[in-house]
Write a protein that binds this ligand. Structure first.
Ligand SMILES: [Zn+2]
Length: 224
């Protein structure tokens, strides 16, 4: 085999079977042992500005942030398994009998770019079934490109339910809670369709923004 062929095969193999830790980049598969330790969930209830209680598993910083970015931006779908396992206890805390789980929908542009839905994948790896009842109405800017003030207005009436949801109850799921604007919009869309929103769960919360918004708008949290 020529050198180019071998190199192409090695690249293909590396894509199928990653050889770098998604948390720190060291030579390892998926996540090295020390990065795995950083994904030990510490399930904490947080109350958003609209009163919704969201159970979060991790802090969105360091290894957690790198691993989630690898899943969302670098096609590292192998990381969905360890992240999904960290999300699972937060889902378990939020879950109630007779209540369905619904993920915040991914935007059409993001789905086209990635070819998969990271939050849905996390939930599958966490071993839960989702009700696919929410869709995007229109395109929105990526929330991470916006400041706190613009995040809410970017999302106004950006989601809707596919059908009437009268009599149904839901727990909302997202990957990261930052200002709570995404949760608020998804809750609005569910309630508009007649559903009851019982609470939420997220893989991680953004500590810095959460602390600041607590000071600004009286969002409370039960952090140790
Ligand atoms: Zn590592």
């Amino acid at each position: 085999m020529g050198h180019k062929v071998v190199s192409a095969l090695l690249d293909a193999f590396a894509a199928l079977s990653p050889i770098h830790c998604a948390g720190c980049g060291s030579a390892d598969r998926t996540l090295c042992d020390s990065c795995r330790l950083e994904l030990m969930p510490e399930v904490t209830p947080r109350t958003l500005a609209d009163g919704t209680t969201v159970f979060t598993a991790l802090r969105y910083e360091g290894v957690v942030r790198q691993a989630l970015l690898a899943l969302k931006e670098n096609g590292r779908t192998d990381v969905a398994k360890p992240l999904g396992l960290a999300l699972a206890p937060a889902l378990a805390r939020a879950a109630q009998p007779g209540v369905e789980l619904v993920a915040v929908p991914t935007s059409r542009a993001a789905w086209r770019r990635r070819g998969y839905d990271p939050v849905a994948l996390l939930c599958r790896r966490a071993g839960v079934e989702l009700s696919k009842v929410l869709v995007h109405n229109r395109s929105t800017l990526s929330q991470k490109t916006l400041g706190i003030e613009d995040r809410a207005s970017n999302l106004v009436e950006s989601m809707r339910a596919r059908q009437s949801l009268v009599g149904r109850k839901f727990i909302l799921i997202d990957d990261v809670v930052t200002t709570g604007a995404t949760f608020a919009e998804a809750s609005r869309a569910l309630r508009t369709a007649g559903a009851e929103v019982i609470g939420g769960a997220a893989l991680a919360f953004t500590p810095r923004v959460f602390d600041r918004s607590t000071a600004l708008s009286g969002v409370s949290q039960n952090t140790p």
